[in-house]
Design a protein. Structure first.
Length: 398
């Protein structure tokens, strides 16, 4: 431990292109996805001796399949890093990748590490089906299987029903609460696709996205360049089919596969890399909210993080808000009247790019770091909502 907190810098950040459910990355194991971004990240800083990495933190939401047994440590071994480099896996559901960044930064800040890697991974395509063990051997009846791809399963019967509604129903509740109509949601989704398509066309992701070995995928797989308001309007509501629904597949984030990783250092680590940092890690905050209104989780988390950082919404140069649903994102924006919406997800959001659960927080953080580096200075914010009612936010500076 040190007698003061050390400054923490993000030296580099990479991610894979995000694959759609059952798409180009569905044949790649999650531990291989994690190993791939870890290997790419380290190779981009040739002056760094990998043996100097004090720890590797990876977020992972599922953990029930090939990502079991501490996928961070598996990634270290599969990437060919020295066996002396440890790894730990963290789970805060959709916030897992950002939680990994925060934990890595905290370790560096207090002097427990000088150089660390943080990231996240998820293969929603390869998430397995699971079942409870039978209470006694050789049951004669049928057994219930559960998909671990997304959402509630094996729910504790003591949980109130209103807390365990599906994620899409939670988005519908927010749409009702804040008067967010179908047209507004579809327009938000269209902006996400247009911003993402433009960013890729302009080469803004060239320095951030790394290929996946053995896979031909040069761009995020779910971006729809040719979509339109008319096309989005034709889609039927998915979660409420009684004529009162507004949330569709078109204004929701898709199911995805992908991974992201960031290199974090202190001043000594910075010298060891020989690189200029993208950004400095600032304040963070995590908060809880009623589970059915999980989508509003970022609101209070952002308020607290900015207060800790001595900043206000008007000070921000760029914001990455995870687009779990258009209704959810718009509900947050309703509660941030001091924020210029044009600063939010300028290179596209999760509705277009994708939301591989455990990787998204790391992707958002890396996106903010790269955008601040491109701008040359400023304050950036990454934030996301979390199922079961939480919000997470992280402030970066340059």
């Amino acid at each position: 431990m040190t007698d003061r907190l050390r400054d923490v810098y993000i030296v580099d950040a990479v991610r894979t292109p995000l694959g759609k459910y059952g798409g180009a990355l569905s044949g790649v194991r999650p531990d291989d996805l994690a190993a791939g971004v870890l290997s790419s990240l380290v190779s981009r800083t040739p002056e760094l001796d990998p043996a100097l990495i004090d720890d590797v933190f990876f977020g992972d939401t599922n953990g029930a399949g090939e990502d079991n047994r501490d996928v961070a440590r598996m990634a270290v071994l599969l990437a060919g890093l020295p066996v002396t480099v440890p790894g730990t896996t963290v789970n805060r559901l959709c916030g897992s990748g950002m939680e990994a960044v925060i934990q890595a930064a905290r370790a560096i800040a207090v002097g427990d590490a000088s150089i660390a890697v943080a990231g996240g991974v998820e293969s929603m395509s390869r998430a397995p089906w699971v079942m409870n063990k039978p209470e006694r051997g050789f049951p004669a009846g049928h057994q219930q299987m559960y998909s671990t791809t997304l959402g509630w399963r094996m729910v504790n019967p003591r949980m109130p029903d209103e807390w365990t509604v599906g994620l899409g129903e939670g988005a519908e509740l927010l749409a009702e609460k804040y008067g967010i109509g179908r047209d507004e949601q579809d327009a938000f989704a269209l902006t996400s696709h247009r911003n993402a398509a433009r960013a890729w066309a302009e080469g803004l992701y060239d320095g951030e996205v790394v290929p996946v070995d053995g896979v031909e995928l040069s761009r995020d797989e779910c971006i729809r360049d040719s979509t339109s308001v008319e096309a989005l309007a034709k889609l039927k509501p998915v979660f409420r089919t009684d004529g009162n629904g507004t949330v569709t597949a078109g204004n929701s984030s898709p199911l995805n596969d992908g991974a992201a990783a960031l290199l974090l250092v202190d001043e000594d680590g910075l010298r060891a890399t020989g690189r200029e940092p993208l950004a400095r890690v600032g304040a963070s905050a995590v908060t809880g909210i009623e589970p059915q209104y999980f989508g509003s989780g970022p609101v209070e988390a952002v308020r607290r993080a900015l207060k800790k950082a001595g900043r206000e919404l008007g000070d921000l140069r760029t914001v990455e808000l995870n687009e779990a649903f258009a209704a959810q994102s718009l509900a947050c924006l309703r509660q941030w009247p001091g924020l210029d919406p044009s600063l939010v997800n300028p290179r596209g959001g999760a509705i277009a790019i994708g939301h591989p659960l455990g990787a998204s927080g790391a992707r958002l953080t890396g996106a903010v770091a790269h955008q601040l580096a491109a701008a040359g200075s400023g304050t950036g914010l990454a934030t996301l909502c979390i199922g079961v009612g939480q919000g997470l936010a992280l402030v970066l500076e340059r």
